[in-house]
Design a protein around this ligand. Structure first.
Ligand SMILES: Nc1ncnc2c1ncn2[C@@H]1O[C@H](COP(=O)(O)OP(=O)(O)O)[C@@H](O)[C@H]1O
Ligand SMILES: [Mg+2]
Length: 158
C-alpha cells in the first residue's frame, strides 16, 4: 500500500508527522529517505509530538541514536555518517528495531538488507522551496490502517 501527501511548508510536514506519530504502535519502524534538506528531521519532530515526547526532536548530529521518552519511546537514528551496511552491523543498530518503541531512521537506505520488511517507508522529495511530496509505503498489513488514517487526515486538510 502506498499513499502520497504534498505539503506546502514545514509546519504542514510537522502536522502530518504528528498525526502519523499518534497512529503508530510499539515496535513500528519508520524508514525515512530523501535528500539533505528534504524534511526527514522535520517530519520526525512531528512524530515526536504525536508520541507526546516532552522535548523538541533535533537532528542527532553527533550521536547515532537519540532516545526520547514519550507515550512510547522514540528511537531517532541518523545513518548519515555511516558508509555501509557493515557499519550498521558493527554499531548494533538492529538492537533498536524490535523494541518497545517507535524507531525512526534517517538515511534508512544505508541499512541495506538489514532493514526489516515490516516497516513503513517514508520518502520525501523537494518539489520547490517549500513544497514536499511525501510518500508513505508499506508491504505490511499491520500498517494499512495507519496509512488509511493518515490519508483521510491529509485529504481533509492539504
Ligand atoms: N514542506 C516542507 N516540509 C519539510 N521541511 C520544509 C518544508 N518547506 C521547507 N522546509 C524546510 O526544509 C528544511 C528541511 O530540513 P530537515 O528536516 O533537517 O531535512 P533532512 O533531515 O531531510 O536533511 C528545514 O529547514 C525546513 O524548515
Ligand atoms: Mg536530518
Amino acid at each position: 500500500m502506498k499513499i502520497t501527501i504534498t505539503t506546502h511548508n514545514a509546519e504542514q510536514t510537522i502536522d502530518i508527522g504528528r498525526r502519523f506519530g499518534e497512529l503508530l504502535e510499539a515496535g513500528s519502524i519508520v524508514a525515512l529517505e530523501g535528500d539533505l534538506g528534504a524534511g526527514k528531521t522535520t517530519i520526525t519532530k512531528g512524530i515526536g509530538l504525536g508520541l507526546a515526547v516532552a522535548t523538541e526532536v533535533h537532528s542527532p548530529t553527533f550521536t547515532l541514536v537519540h532516545i526520547y521518552p514519550g507515550r512510547l519511546p522514540l528511537y531517532h537514528i541518523d545513518l548519515y555518517r555511516l558508509a555501509s551496511e557493515d557499519d550498521v552491523e558493527t554499531l548494533g543498530v538492529e538492537d533498536y528495531l524490535f523494541g518497545d518503541g517507535v524507531t525512526v531512521i534517517e538515511w534508512a537506505e544505508r541499512m541495506g538488507s538489514l532493514m526489516p520488511k515490516d516497516r513503513i517507508g517514508v520518502t520525501l522529495r523537494m518539489l520547490g522551496d517549500e513544497d514536499r511530496e511525501i510518500e508513505f509505503a508499506t508491504e505490511s498489513d499491520r500498517f494499512v490502517s495507519v496509512l488509511e488514517g493518515l490519508e483521510s487526515y491529509a485529504r481533509a486538510r492539504y
